[in-house]
Write a protein that binds this ligand. Sequence first.
Ligand SMILES: Cc1cc2nc3c(=O)[nH]c(=O)nc-3n(C[C@H](O)[C@H](O)[C@H](O)COP(=O)(O)OP(=O)(O)OC[C@H]3O[C@@H](n4cnc5c(N)ncnc54)[C@H](O)[C@@H]3O)c2cc1C
Length: 371
Amino acid sequence: MDGFLLDRGFQVLLTAYPEAQQMLDYGALDLHPFEPGALVRHGGKFQRLVDPWRRPRHLLATAFSSVGTLGDKLRIAGLRRRVGRFTLEELYERPEQTTAERLRDEGFSTRIIERFFRPFLGGVFLDRDLETSSRLFAFVFRMFASGDAVLPSQGMGAMARQLAERLPPGTVCTNSAVARLEEHGVHLADGRQLSGKAVVVATESPAAANLLGEPQPPAGRSVTCLYFAAERPPLDEPILVLNGEGLGVVNNLCVPSLVSSTYAPPGAALVSATVLGIPAIDDHHLESSVLQQLQEWFGNQVQTWRHLRTYRIPFALPAQSPPALSPVAKSPRKRDGIWLCGDYLDTASIQGAMVSGRRAAEEILSTQAVE
Ligand SMILES: Cc1cc2nc3c(=O)[nH]c(=O)nc-3n(C[C@H](O)[C@H](O)[C@H](O)COP(=O)(O)OP(=O)(O)OC[C@H]3O[C@@H](n4cnc5c(N)ncnc54)[C@H](O)[C@@H]3O)c2cc1C
């Protein structure tokens, strides 16, 4: 839009996702990393929390930041070691509780939970209450600890385009809603019919339930993202900013054009602000509350920012709270001859969506080989 590259909501690829490593050509995606860790807004200033193994030069800033106690920072190191010991499959089989319970049981102080984990994991799970499964927490923690959070230079959509380009031309047909399913074909809303050896429903879980005539799943997690054009970036490094105060609507913020300059035209910066949930106020009032909060963070420069776009995404992620999650066992699924895949059948992530899709494909190929 106007030379800015807007992802549909703030999102990142974690390079440690094993399935993404197998499926994507990282080199061709021209990936640009965020600085590991975060700047936490608390007490009227920004405090740094980074992984000292990956950024030893920030060890002291992290050790002395008031985001958590020294004990908390040692606990993070211990947790990092422990989650690194298991395979992902083993992590998904570990005893399950909510992430909030797990953090308390690990001995983390209220201070680091409120100032760091709630905004950070709240932004990842779109769940500031941290009711999400501790298995998801272990998975996400492991992925952040063992790789980079990155943006492809041509935007997150470049991953989908790369996968689609490997298929024969004409295989993918967009803007063609499916209205009805059969075991060997689909009826599109525009009246066309398509047939094939197998049908795989790869939609979000509410759409899959509609197509299969099943009961609706629990409400998903929602999110709202506002994009602004700035003359100069409000930060001087490509790092995630977290709201550690719990006040105001913005949970997290970043400047994607500092991560990859392709996100903004020359001489401009792109600012992305994330609000969890779908606010009950209209876009105009939402924009004002966001800018008011960010003016407290970054001063009067915010007055010159131009609003580009607001995305409200009611079903961004499936809710994966215990006892719901047993991803290894759930994927893939088959109903009445129709296959299902998607993030809701594995971990709610790019990794989970890709694993689930691959498993469905492998099952279909092995079934058809027998037939
Ligand atoms: C704002 C946001 C930020 C995120 N951030 C991250 C992140 O940083 N890292 C990460 O790993 N994950 C992130 N995620 C999650 C990740 O994007 C999803 O887990 C993943 O895209 C799910 O893939 P999927 O293939 O299961 O489903 P989807 O990507 O939801 O695809 C389902 C598709 O089905 C289509 N569809 C629905 N109904 C029909 C129908 N009747 N006929 C035809 N088509 C239909 C939809 O239009 C959609 O294109 C984020 C998600 C959002 C929304």
